[in-house]
Design a protein around this ligand. Structure first.
Ligand code: AMP
Length: 215
């Protein structure tokens, strides 16, 4: 159970979905910090495994660097390991395909937060994005500058541009999102647990709306 001064004890099983560049990562970080609940970020788990340069890491790199989805069983296993029996979690971007939904019926959600942004601003947001090597916080050269150039505000580690943030990989990722993930959004809509949030606004405004879901 998580503890929050306003609500006492509660359960929190949350899924965040949204197109790349929707600002999901930033919102997941804010919510996870405020409620002191683990965040399970599919992309981060894969990038961490890649950085280890193990056999599995190299296999993963082949997929993510080209903007392709990693095989379902691999990502499912990494997500389960990270949840590690915790009752509360905020998962970012898993399940992302209907196959993953079927594979992971044992991972339950009470709320799905779907951050929506128009296609035309996605490219602009993804180009110019900077990620922290250590804690994966995300910045942007135009929209969310770090206080010190090239350094993370949270942990002062170095910021870098991800390998899959080239123009080709970005358009492949967006294509993939539309082909696969929109079906997952529809699925949760039918279940009646989707909360749609307009992501084309300031970080603080978006967070205010998300926060209202937990009153
Ligand atoms: P993201 O940081 O969410 O943009 O994810 C980066 C990359 O990780 C994606 O382009 C995919 O290659 C991979 N990835 C992230 N989430 C998943 C998932 N649920 N299933 C398969 N591959 C994923």
């Amino acid at each position: 159970m998580g503890a929050n001064p306003d609500r006492g004890f509660f359960k929190m099983k949350i899924l965040f979905l949204g197109m790349q560049g929707s600002g999901k990562g930033t919102q997941v970080e804010l919510l996870s910090r405020e409620f002191n609940i683990i965040k399970v970020v599919a992309g981060d788990l894969l990038r961490e495994e890649k950085a280890k340069e193990t056999k599995l890491g190299k296999e993963i790199a082949d997929y993510i660097d080209k903007g392709n989805l990693v095989p379902d069983e691999i990502i499912y296993r990494l997500i389960k390991e990270k949840i590690n029996g915790n009752e509360n979690y905020i998962i970012d971007s898993f399940p992302r395909t209907m196959e993953q939904v079927k594979l992971s019926k044992d991972i339950k959600f009470e709320k799905v937060i779907y951050i929506k942004i128009p296609d035309e601003i996605v490219l602009d947001r993804l180009q110019g994005r900077l990620t922290c090597k250590n804690c994966s916080s995300v910045y942007h050269l135009k929209y969310n500058k770090p206080k010190i150039n090239g350094r993370c505000d949270n942990c002062n580690s170095q910021l870098y541009v991800r390998d899959d943030e080239t123009k080709e990989a970005i358009s492949k990722r967006l294509e993939c999102y539309k082909r696969e993930t929109l079906h997952v959004v529809e699925y949760y809509k039918k279940k009646g647990i989707i909360n749609e949030i307009n992501g084309d606004r300031e970080i603080e405004e978006i967070y205010k709306d998300i926060r209202k879901l937990f009153k």
